[in-house]
Design a protein around this ligand. Sequence first.
Ligand SMILES: N[C@@H](CCC(=O)N[C@@H](CS)C(=O)NCC(=O)O)C(=O)O
Length: 207
Amino acid sequence: MKLYTFSPAPNPQRVNYLLKYKGVSIETQEVDLREQAHFDQAYLDINPSATVPALYIDENCTLVDGIAICHYLDKKFPEKPLFGKTDEETAVILGWVHRIYVDGLGAVAEILRNTSEFFKGRAIPGTLSVEQLPALAERGLIRLNAFFDMLDKRLKNHEYIVGDKLTQADIDAYVACNFAGWVKQSVPEKNEHLIAWHKKMMNILDT
Ligand SMILES: N[C@@H](CCC(=O)N[C@@H](CS)C(=O)NCC(=O)O)C(=O)O
């Protein structure tokens, strides 16, 4: 098993925090996105989508989506489960993980990829050549604020996003809130429940 990653990037961070929380280390190789190393043929042979993270399991199986990698590693290293214990818990957590990926990480990515000089002509991750659309950045900001409001509402009556323990949903939402900093956004002061939860996550995940 080998993890291909670029530690500063948000989707790799979802996996990194899972491993850190569980106290597990696996063989890892950095693929420097700043140097465009994900377009090297050697990496395209591993993941033709040219994205990170990717988890090579064996010659028949390489996972190339954060949700699949995290779920797989959670099963492989079952101490401190992050995807629940019952089928129902797992299903609810997967629903939140999906929502956070689309509405949180997706919103920030929409802003970043449609404004940053670095992503000119590459407004979508991977191998497609796609021009930036400034209107999508504007829409991304609306989506991001709706995401913050939605999480704030959820956390008003919940200690964690799902149940009474940290799950992958908390890790992913924490990564999404931090990723907002890449586009000079942060959780608005009015979202006091989300701010308090974010501080708690920082203590658990980053100390
Ligand atoms: N479907 C993948 C997408 C991962 C993704 O978008 N990764 C970004 C880094 S966070 C990437 O590899 N970008 C490559 C690029 O910018 O071309 C997942 O869910 O993990």
